[in-house]
Each structure stands twice: as structure tokens, then as C-alpha cells.
Write a protein that binds this ligand. Structure first.
Ligand code: GDP
Length: 298
């Protein structure tokens, strides 16, 4: 978790720095509560979470002297409590294959996350297959093939411009025939053509449901944590097309504002299945609320 800590401490340096700018020790009055609330909102935690955190603080400490360390500790504890219900790793159910559609805007880290997941489950003895459904970009297909080779798992791919729904259909069929446990389907994420993107995803869903009415078993939305507040609209957009069953927040190693994860959890209550903390094959970590909350407030 060194990287998560390093990344978050850069962004949460913002939270702690802004707290430090406000006070070191002061009586907790309404003015201080307002300032803390503003600092939390500025760190992407969102107004609802900010209000909840300061309410918890006020309940115990109003009109009393508080230190900045004490406030950080109380906030971290409450954030961990809030995040506990959404920390859920991907659960591979009885369906064979367990089909996971991976969605998200371009550059959010879909292909990388699929590569990391492939490696993780392959190492656990699961039979994994990948489908290069982002047929719009040749580079995306090539990248997925490289991840497949690295994890030593088969990749179903076609040329650039191929129909992603047809490819997904073939992949589900092949996975069934080959007794695959986990099929991860990559998709395109061209948000500049939103209607086209929605249509493409809807078609993939329609087509794979011809083979298995319950597919996909999961629809994972990959979000780049550095986009801050934009993550909210991305969740809203993708929820319209598929039944998003989990989130992966990536780039929490960089200057990422991890605060948005807390706001998303409070608002959408979607499971956070894992977090990305780097570009390497082992840089996918289980999401652990305590650790995350502590790093955010450190
Ligand atoms: P896609 O377009 O959604 O498939 O995104 P990619 O998987 O191609 O990732 C876009 C860029 O982000 C690549 O340069 C990745 O190496 C990088 N990336 C993905 N996940 C992470 C992460 O957790 N941390 C960092 N630092 N970079 C990441």
C-alpha cells in the first residue's frame, strides 16, 4: 500500500494542508464547522459526505476545544464506516463462464485493469479468457493481447473496426466450449460519441444474452480517480446502459483525489471491487476502507 499512501498523501496533502491552514487547536463553533466542510468539499468528498462528517464531529465536540489530529481521526473513522459496506471484491458465481463486461471512458484504465484481473485470477487457478471488444482502436486490441500473453490467458480478438457485439458473442461461445471460469470483455469508451457508445454497449448486451439470458454476470465500471467530480457523470451515463455492479477506481497512486471515491460511495452505493495503484501487473489492490480512510486523512 506504499503507492496508495504516497499517491493519496499528495492529494490529501490538500485536505490536511487546508485543515492545517484553518487551525491546529480551536473551539469547535459553527465557523470552524463551515470551514472544515468547505475543505472537505474542495477535496471532492461532496456536500452530503462533508455535512455527514462535520455532523458526527459536532455531535461529540461542539463548543469544545479540538485539535486538528483529533478531527482527522474522527473523520477517518467515519469515512471507514461509510465505506465498509461498499468494499466487495469481485465474486465469481456459479455461472461458467462468469462474464464480466468492463466499461468506462477511454483512458480510464479498462485494458490495464483487465490485464491485472486476468493475472490475479489466473494465479488463483481460474481459467481466464479476454475479449478485445474495443475494436475501434487497434492499439487497444494490441495492448490487450500483450496483457493476455503476460498473464498467459487466451485473448479473443479481431481486426480494427470489427463488430464488437459479434466479437463478444464469439467470446462467450468460445468460453463456454472451453470451460472458462472468467471471461473479461473490454469495450470502447468514446464519450465524444455518446449515442454511438450507448448503442454499441446495448448491442453487446443484447447479443450475449442470446447465449445466456443472465449475462453479463457483472458490469464493472472503471473510473480514473484523477478526473475528480467528473466521475459522477460517468457513473450516471454508464448506469443508463448497463446494470453497473461494481467500480474500479484507478490511478490512486498518482496525484489522484481519492476523495471522490467517498462521494461516489455515499451517492451510488456501488461496490468498489478493487483499486488501481500503478501501471504494473500487480498494481491492483483490494479496497480496504480503514487503510483508504487513514491515507486520505494522513
Ligand atoms: P482504457 O482506454 O480505459 O483501456 O485505459 P488503459 O488501460 O489503456 O489505461 C490508460 C493509461 O492509464 C495507460 O497509460 C495505463 O498504463 C494508465 N493506467 C491505468 N491504470 C493505472 C493506475 O492505476 N495507475 C497509473 N498510474 N496509471 C494507470
Amino acid at each position: 500500500f506504499g503507492r496508495l499512501k504516497a499517491g493519496l498523501s499528495r492529494s490529501s496533502a490538500k485536505i490536511t494542508e487546508s485543515f492545517a491552514g484553518i487551525f491546529t487547536r480551536r473551539k469547535l463553533d459553527q465557523a470552524l464547522i463551515d470551514e472544515l466542510e468547505e475543505a472537505l468539499i474542495a477535496a471532492d468528498l461532496g456536500p452530503a459526505t462533508a455535512a455527514r462528517l462535520t455532523a458526527v464531529l459536532a455531535r461529540d465536540r461542539f463548543d469544545k476545544e479540538v485539535s486538528v489530529e483529533e478531527v482527522r481521526g474522527i473523520f477517518a473513522g467515519e469515512i471507514a464506516r461509510m465505506l465498509e459496506p461498499v468494499a466487495k471484491p469481485l465474486a465469481i458465481g456459479p455461472a461458467r463462464p462468469h462474464v464480466v463486461l468492463v466499461v468506462g471512458v477511454n483512458g480510464s484504465g479498462k485494458t490495464t485493469t483487465i490485464g491485472k484481473l486476468a493475472r490475479l485470477y489466473q494465479a488463483q487457478g481460474k481459467k481466464v479468457m479476454l475479449a478485445a471488444g474495443d475494436t475501434f482502436r487497434a492499439a487497444a486490441v494490441e495492448q490487450l493481447k500483450i496483457w493476455g500473453e503476460r498473464a498467459n490467458v487466451p485473448v479473443i480478438a479481431r481486426g480494427e473496426g470489427a463488430d464488437p457485439a459479434g466479437l463478444a458473442f464469439d467470446a462467450v461461445q468460445a468460453a463456454k466450449e472451453q470451460g472458462i471460469d472468467l471471461l473479461l470483455i473490454d469495450t470502447a469508451g468514446r464519450l465524444q460519441n455518446k449515442a454511438g457508445l450507448m448503442e454499441e454497449l446495448a448491442k453487446i448486451l443484447r447479443v450475449i444474452r442470446k447465449i445466456d439470458a443472465t449475462a453479463p454476470n457483472d458490469c464493472l465500471l472503471v473510473l480514473d480517480a484523477t478526473v475528480g467530480q467528473n466521475a459522477h457523470s460517468q457513473v450516471e451515463i454508464f448506469k443508463q446502459v448497463c446494470d453497473v455492479s461494481g467500480l474500479v477506481l484507478t490511478k490512486l497512486d498518482g496525484s489522484a483525489k481519492g476523495g471522490v471515491l467517498v462521494a461516489l460511495a455515499e451517492r451510488f452505493k456501488l461496490p468498489v471491487v478493487a483499486i488501481g495503484v500503478g501501471e504494473g501487473p500487480d498494481d491492483l489492490k483490494p479496497f480496504t476502507p480503514q487503510e483508504f480512510a487513514r491515507s486520505l486523512m494522513d
